[in-house]
Structures are given as C-alpha cells and as structure tokens.
Design a protein around this ligand. Structure first.
Ligand code: SF4
Ligand code: SF4
Length: 197
C-alpha cells in the first residue's frame, strides 16, 4: 500500500498572482540587454565581416576568386579587347574587360577565401551588414553594389615605424618625381627653321 502524501500547506488566496507580479516588476526594473535594432545600431568591431566590396579598377579578371570559392557563388563575365601598340612597330596587346561581377550572398559562407586569394587586392571585407532582402534572388549583388560597398571598407592600419614603403606608393612617388624633374628642366630654344636670305 502506497504511503500517504504529506499534508499540503494551506494556500493564501492571490499569492500566485503576487509572485508573478513581483517577477514582472523585477524584470521591468532590470537594465535591458536586448539591442533595439534598427533603432539602435549594434556596436560592431570595425573589421567585422559584413559584406564583400569590389575595387574593380584592380580586378584583372584572372578568375582565381571564382575558381577558389567553395560555394561557387561568384559570377564573372568578361570579354577580350585589343590594345593598340604603345610604340610604332610594337605589338598589339589583348586585355580582359570585366562585364559582370556578382556574388550570391544567399550561398556565401563568409569564409574570405576569395579575398585571400585575389592577387591584385580587388576584394575587401566591409563591415556593412544591412542588405537583407525579402526575396532570396535579390541577394545576388552585382558589381555596382559591390563597388558602392568599397567606400565602407575601413582604411588599412598604419604601417609600423620603420616599415618598408609599400611598392605601389614607391612606384607612384618615383613617377611623380620623374614628372616633376621633366617639368623643371629648362626647354632648349628652338633653332629658327630655313637658311638666311
Ligand atoms: S567569402 Fe567564401 S563563400 Fe563567400 S564568395 Fe568568398 S570564397 Fe565564396
Ligand atoms: S581574384 Fe581578384 S583580380 Fe582575379 S577575378 Fe577575382 S577579384 Fe578579379
């Protein structure tokens, strides 16, 4: 035979309600930990992986990013153009011209491989994250949008004191110095054409 249950304490009418109200009151007076986005912007780290920006001037359409992307979510189209010879008798060159560069952010897993492998520094992380769409097909963003995001990419950190000058800056400085030297050179007076009469 089962043991008899211990006698229950007499219930005070309304005690459950009072307990519930006490919990509500305690929660109401506590500091909220929920960020009220979008009224309050989240405090993100400056180098957050939000979205990928394209600096298309640097892109040579080498296709490395598209080939290395594990999700195959980078779409690139291009055509070849012939560049005339720079000097008389020189050879014509052909170069790739970018027609389309798009990333499908519904597939992208933000691994950053495309950014790492780009040999020409054409892809960058931007902390921008507000690009939600109601239609999944609209998450494929084209080059104009990727270009726009470039302006939200934080500037690179300052170099260490005594670090070597970056090669792009050194090349640009040398060209500027050559140009300035050429402009500063006095121009030789031109000989009058034709003989004396
Ligand atoms: S971050 Fe990764 S998944 Fe996304 S586009 Fe680049 S390589 Fe592909
Ligand atoms: S790896 Fe860089 S340069 Fe090559 S296609 Fe991709 S973005 Fe352009």
């Amino acid at each position: 035979m089962a043991a008899p249950l211990p006698p229950s304490r007499p219930r005070i009418p309304g005690s459950g309600l009072a307990k519930g109200l006490a919990v509500t009151l305690r929660t109401m007076t506590k500091k909220s930990v929920t960020a009220q986005y979008p009224d309050t912007q989240p405090d993100l780290a400056p180098r957050t992986r939000g979205v990928i920006g394209l600096f298309e001037e640097n892109c040579t359409v080498c296709m490395l990013c598209a080939r290395e992307c594990p999700d195959w979510c980078i779409y690139i189209d291009s055509h070849k153009e012939t560049v005339p010879a720079a000097t008389p008798g020189g050879r014509e060159r052909s170069r790739n011209v970018l027609d389309r560069f798009a990333i499908d952010f519904s597939l992208c897993m933000y691994c950053g491989i495309c950014i790492e492998v780009c040999p020409f520094d054409a892809l960058f992380w931007s902390p921008e994250f507000e690009y939600a769409e109601t239609d999944i097909r609209e998450l494929t963003h084209e080059r104009d949008k990727l270009r726009e995001w470039m302006w939200t990419v934080p500037a690179p950190p300052a170099l260490d004191p005594g670090a070597e000058e970056p090669k792009e800056i050194a090349a640009a400085r040398k060209t500027a110095e050559k140009l300035a030297a050429a402009q500063a050179e006095p121009t030789e007076p031109t000989e009058p054409q034709g003989g004396e009469s």
